[in-house]
Design a protein around this ligand. Sequence first.
Ligand code: FAD
Length: 434
Amino acid sequence: MLKTAIVCLTQHWRIEDHPLLIDAGQLDRLLLVFPYDNPLIPDFPIEIRRKGSFRLKFIGECLRNFDHSLQSFNQQIWVASGTTIDVMSRLLREIPGSVAWLSDEPTWEKQLDCQHLTNLFGRIRIHTLDAGSMFQPESEVLNPTNCPEVFTSFRKSVEAQLQPKIPVQAPKALPPMPDNIPEGLFCWFEIPELNPQNTLLTESKSTFPWKGGETEAHKRLSYYFFESKSALQYKETRNGLLGSDFSTRFSPFLAHGALSPSIILKKLKEFESMEGANASTYWIYFELLWREYFRVIARKHGPALFYQKGIQNKNLELCHDALVFLQWCNGESGHPFIDACMTELKHTGWLSNRGRQVVASYLVHYKRIDWRWGAWWFEHLLIDYDPASNWGNWQYVAGIGQDPRGTRVFNPDRQAAMYDPDGRYQSLWLKNKR
Ligand code: FAD
């Protein structure tokens, strides 16, 4: 009997450095499936879905690009409506002798999916592989039981002990699709929410003007490193608010797996060997270590990443004043810097790291609103939403993560004076509202 590999791709829509494609590509037949669902956010003041329109558009663009690349392998990405468990268990039951591959993602929900499927079908039929980390997950420093809890200790251990993974080669060929495609699988463009043609989003002032997909990701890599050479000034510019080159803008590509961190590091090394390493080029690596850190923290603390008391199980006096919260969401808090940031986020699905820190701190420490509402709002809007980075950063700002300084409060007046001294950023986004 022919053996069929079913690869579950809720992200990692790329050809390069893709361990799942390489492993699953050893079987006779290959079915690439994206189980698509978009539930409402639970216990939230308004009815919104987890994936908002900015991210859906980006996902659609990633799928279009991935599907196009797969054509040269006589392959395609299929989409099925439903949760990962529903879609994968149905396919595993319908296709005799099939084996599934899932990406080993660090957050609780994804871990539960893998556990659940393994309980149903056994280890022989369910394989998991890491496709999104910078280091081999089995390294001792990354072992959730003994990994350092505080970022600086984590970074020092990683720098002393680990070498980043080397990207795996792109496959030369892939197995054909099964002869009979099961019912309920669709081409990506047949799902209306995923077809970018159906979105009416136009925001000319967005500082994230790129489309989703591996091709665009590589263009951005080349531009950022080799054409503009912006990486040479990254450390000085990374707290910027205006323009598109003050930071790398790799995060949406990473969050959806159009790029792997190993590919970024390979380019960074190439760039350093041509232009020389400096504090800025090191700092890009340093920031990518934050991403790794939050992945390890997510793996270690499981569901506590989403608890109000956080991974420290700390009591916070927080309230659920929907009016105050919605004013914050809509850029109507009355504080001009906060309102400018929140307007940019709502109109574009993008906000700088500085902006994210300040608005998150304002919601929790000035308005005392439950930080999880803020995290859900970010999840709905952000193009680069990544569960470990989003919920981990929110806990960090709320003072219930592992910040050795305890609670860090960003004074919005001081932040505006430091990072927007001439008010250009505020006038851009506040004007936009009128
Ligand atoms: P750069 O400054 O160019 O950094 C390079 C890369 O390093 C980024 O692409 C990212 O992968 C990583 N990185 C940088 N800063 C952080 C950080 N603080 N935590 C984790 N990784 C980091 N990032 C996400 O990718 N998805 C999220 O959902 C997300 N939510 C956030 C929520 C809050 C409240 C805060 C304060 C930060 C959040 N971040 C999140 C982290 C950070 O804001 C973004 O990664 C960064 O702004 C993306 O822009 P960039 O790619 O230009 O980053």
